[in-house]
Design a protein around this ligand. Structure first.
Ligand SMILES: [Zn+2]
Length: 619
C-alpha cells in the first residue's frame, strides 16, 4: 500500500506508466498440486512427507450419490494453504522480476498481484502470466484484472475485457489510493454500511451491551486499517464524518440529544484518562499513519529499491511536526524505527495532551472528577464484559447514569431538597445538586450501608477464596455494647506477629462538599484522607488489643489507596497459587466486580432520589 502510494505520488503524472492489479480465477482452489509438491520437495523438504500425505492423492467428495475427486488446489482452512499457494506462485514472480528488471514494483500478497512500470513492460508481464500461469494452475481472470494510473490516457495494448479503473483512484487490499474526493467517497460508503449496523444497536435495548458492542466492534477498529494506510490529509473530510458518527452513537447510547465538544473530547479519551475509550479519528489518524510507515519502512524501501537509511515516505515529516505542535514531543522517523508499538506511543501522547488541556480548561469539579476517574482500576467497569452472573452486569438506567456522571453531564434539571428518609422518617432536605454529588454522600436512606456491605462481601469472598481464615462481621455485634473492634473482615494468622488482622472497608465521595472547591493535583487524595482518618481512629485501639489493622479505602468513583492494591495483589496471588485460574485473571475479575459494584451504587443513589421525588413520598 505504502509503496504503491509513494510511486503514484512520484510518477503519477507520467502517462507512460501503468499499474496492473492481477486477479486469478479461483486461485487457491485450482493451483496445480504436482507443481506444489515439487516446490515443497525442493524448498521445504522437511515438510514434504506431510504435504505428500495430504495432497498426493485426490480426496473423495460426496455429493448426493456422486463421488467427486478433489484433485486440485489447497484445502479450504488448511493452515498450510497460503504457504503452499505462495510456493507455486513464487517461481513465476521471480521469473517476472528477472525478465523485467525495470519494473517499478512487482509485489504479491498471496493471489493479489500489483505490477507497476512502463506500459509496454507491464503488458508483457500480463502476457507472460497468461502464457506460463495455466501450467501452474494460475489462470488469469481477465475481466477482473484492473489497470489504473492517475494520468492514464488511451490507448493501451491490454485486452478489451481488462477493467480500466477511473483515474481518480483505485481500491487496493481494502483501502483507497487516489484523490481526496475518491478517498472521501470510498470512506462514505464504509460509513453508510457502518451506520446501518449501528442503527440496529438501539434494538439491543441494554445500554451496557450497546456500549460494549459499539466500542468493541463498531468504533475506530472498523477504520484502523484505513487510518494506517491512508495519510490524514486525504482523509480529512472523511474523518470529520466518522467522528460525527461516533459522537452521535455515544449520545444515542446515553439517550441524550447531543454531547458538547468538551464532553465528546473527554469521551474520546482512553479509560485510563477518564474517557470512554471511543477514540476520535482526527486525533489518532496521524499516529496510525506514522506507526504503519515506521513499521513498513524497511520493507517499502526494499520493494522500491531505495536506500532505507535515507528513505522517508511522503508526508511523514509534516505529520511528525504536527504531532510535536500538538503534544510537545519531538520524534524523527529513524528515532521511531527502533521502537515498539509506535502507533500506541504516539496516540497516547496525543491523548495525554488532550487530557491535560481538558483538565486546565474545565471547572474545579470536572477537573477533580477526571482525576478521580483516571485512577488505576477506577474504570474497570467500562472494560468488564456485561455478565450479570459474575456481578459485572449493570442495568441500562444505572449504566447510563454512571456514564453521564463520569462525563459531567447534569443528572437533574435543577437542584431540589434531598427526599431521602432517615431511620426516624425525616427527609434529609439538604440540597440535591444537579450533578448528583449529594447522593453518594447522603447518610439518609440505605444506600451507603448497602454499598459498604456489598464491597465488604466481595472482599470477604476474595479472602476466603485465597484460603484465608476470614470472617465477615457485622460491626455492631462484635463486642456487646461496644464498637471497639473496628474491622469488617477479620483474618486469622495473616500478618507476622499478630494473631488476627482486621480489614476495614471505607468508601468516600471525592466530590463531597469539603473537597469540591479544592483543585487537586492528583487523584486519590480523598481516599488517602479516609485511610488516615481510619488509622487515627482505630490504630491505637487495635494495637492495644493485639490486632493488625488495615484500612481499605475506596473513592465512590472507583479509585483506591495503595494499601487496597497491595491487599488485592496478595490475596489474588494466594488464590492463584491454590490452582485454578492464573492470579492476573482473578485480579482482573475482582477489580471489575468492585468497580461495577461502586458504579452501581453511585448511580443507584442518584436514581433513588429521582424516584422518591417522582412518587412524592417525602415532600
Ligand atoms: Zn440527602
Amino acid at each position: 500500500m505504502h509503496a504503491v502510494r509513494q510511486l503514484a505520488k512520484e510518477f503519477g503524472e507520467d502517462p507512460g506508466k501503468i499499474m496492473l492489479k492481477v486477479d486469478f480465477s479461483n486461485a487457491f482452489n485450482v493451483v496445480n498440486r504436482t507443481e506444489m509438491l515439487a516446490q515443497v520437495y525442493s524448498k521445504l523438504p522437511g515438510l514434504y512427507r506431510w504435504v505428500e500425505y495430504c495432497y498426493s492423492h485426490p480426496a473423495h467428495l460426496f455429493f448426493g450419490s456422486c463421488v467427486l475427486q478433489s484433485a486440485a488446489g489447497v484445502q479450504q482452512g488448511d493452515p498450510l494453504g497460503p504457504l503452499l499457494f505462495s510456493l507455486v506462485l513464487h517461481p513465476l514472480a521471480l521469473k517476472i522480476e528477472a525478465e523485467f528488471p525495470n519494473l517499478d514494483l512487482c509485489v504479491w500478497y498471496l493471489d493479489d498481484g500489483t505490477i507497476i512500470g512502463a506500459m509496454e513492460d507491464v503488458y508483457k508481464v500480463f502476457q507472460l502470466i497468461q502464457k506460463d500461469g495455466p501450467a501452474l494452475g494460475l489462470h488469469l481472470n481477465v475481466k477482473k484484472n484492473e489497470i489504473w494510473w492517475p494520468s492514464r490516457v488511451g490507448p493501451d495494448p491490454f485486452p478489451v475485457d481488462v477493467d480500466r479503473v477511473d483515474n481518480a483512484g483505485v481500491k487496493l487490499l481494502g483501502a483507497p489510493i487516489g484523490t481526496k474526493a475518491f478517498t472521501t467517497d470510498f470512506v462514505q460508503k464504509k460509513l453508510d454500511a457502518l451506520d446501518a449496523v449501528c442503527k440496529a444497536l438501539r434494538e439491543v435495548n441494554n445500554a451496557q451491551v450497546e456500549f460494549a458492542l459499539f466500542r468493541g466492534c463498531l468504533s475506530y477498529n472498523k477504520i484502523n486499517h484505513l487510518l494506517r494506510t491512508c495519510p490524514p490529509d486525504l482523509l480529512e473530510e472523511a474523518l470529520a464524518r466518522f467522528d460525527e458518527h461516533f459522537q452521535n452513537i455515544v449520545a444515542e447510547i446515553l439517550r441524550v440529544p447531543c454531547l458538547s465538544e468538551d464532553q465528546w473530547d473527554q469521551a474520546s479519551l482512553p479509560v485510563k484518562f477518564s474517557g470512554l475509550g471511543v477514540n476520535q479519528t482526527k486525533v489518532i489518524a496521524g499516529s496510525a499513519y506514522i506507526g504503519s510507515c515506521t513499521l513498513t519502512r524497511a520493507l517499502v524501501a526494499a520493494l522500491l529499491g531505495r536506500d532505507v537509511s535515507s528513505f522517508e515516505p511522503a508526508g511523514v515529516s509534516e505529520l511528525l511536526s504536527a504531532h510535536e505542535a500538538a503534544t510537545g514531543a519531538a520524534h524523527t522517523l529513524p528515532s521511531l524505527a527502533g521502537e515498539k508499538s509506535v502507533q500506541q506511543k504516539l496516540s497516547t501522547e496525543r491523548h495525554e495532551a488532550l487530557f491535560e488541556h481538558l483538565k486546565t480548561t474545565s471547572s474545579i469539579r470536572s477537573r477533580n472528577l477526571m482525576l478521580s476517574c483516571s485512577m488505576p482500576h477506577a474504570s474497570d467497569w467500562l472494560l468488564a464484559p456485561p455478565i450479570p452472573g459474575l456481578g459485572l452486569g449493570l442495568q441500562s438506567d444505572v449504566f447510563r447514569t454512571a456514564l453521564k456522571f463520569r462525563l459531567g453531564l447534569p443528572l437533574f434539571s435543577e437542584p431540589f431538597p434531598c427526599p431521602a428518609l432517615s431511620s426516624d422518617g425525616k427527609a434529609c432536605a439538604a440540597e440535591m445538586d444537579i450533578f448528583g454529588d449529594h447522593a453518594p454522600c447522603c447518610h439518609n436512606g440505605t444506600s451507603l450501608v448497602f454499598r459498604h456491605n456489598n464491597v465488604r462481601d466481595i472482599l470477604g469472598h476474595a479472602a476466603r477464596a485465597a484460603g484465608l481464615a476470614a470472617v465477615v462481621i457485622e460491626k455492631k455485634n462484635q463486642v456487646d455494647g461496644s464498637k471497639a473492634k473496628p474491622g469488617d473482615i477479620t483474618v486469622q494468622q495473616y500478618h507476622r506477629g499478630f494473631a488476627s488482622s482486621a480489614f476495614d472497608v471505607t468508601i468516600s465521595h471525592p466530590l463531597q462538599k469539603k473537597f469540591i472547591e479544592i483543585a487537586m493535583e492528583e487523584g486519590g487524595v480523598v481516599a488517602e484522607e479516609a485511610h488516615d482518618r481510619k488509622l487515627l481512629k482505630s490504630l491505637a485501639v487495635c494495637e492495644k488489643e493485639g490486632i493488625h489493622f488495615v484500612p481499605l479505602a475506596w473513592e465512590s468513583t472507583g479509585g483506591a489507596t495503595e494499601t487496597v492494591h497491595e491487599t488485592v495483589r496478595k490475596w489474588t496471588e494466594l488464590e492463584g497459587a491454590r490452582g485454578g485460574y492464573p492470579a492476573y485473571l482473578i485480579r482482573r475479575n475482582l477489580y471489575s466486580q468492585i468497580s461495577c459494584c461502586l458504579q452501581r451504587h453511585l448511580a443507584q443513589a442518584v436514581i433513588d432520589r429521582r424516584l422518591e421525588l417522582g412518587c412524592d413520598r417525602a415532600l
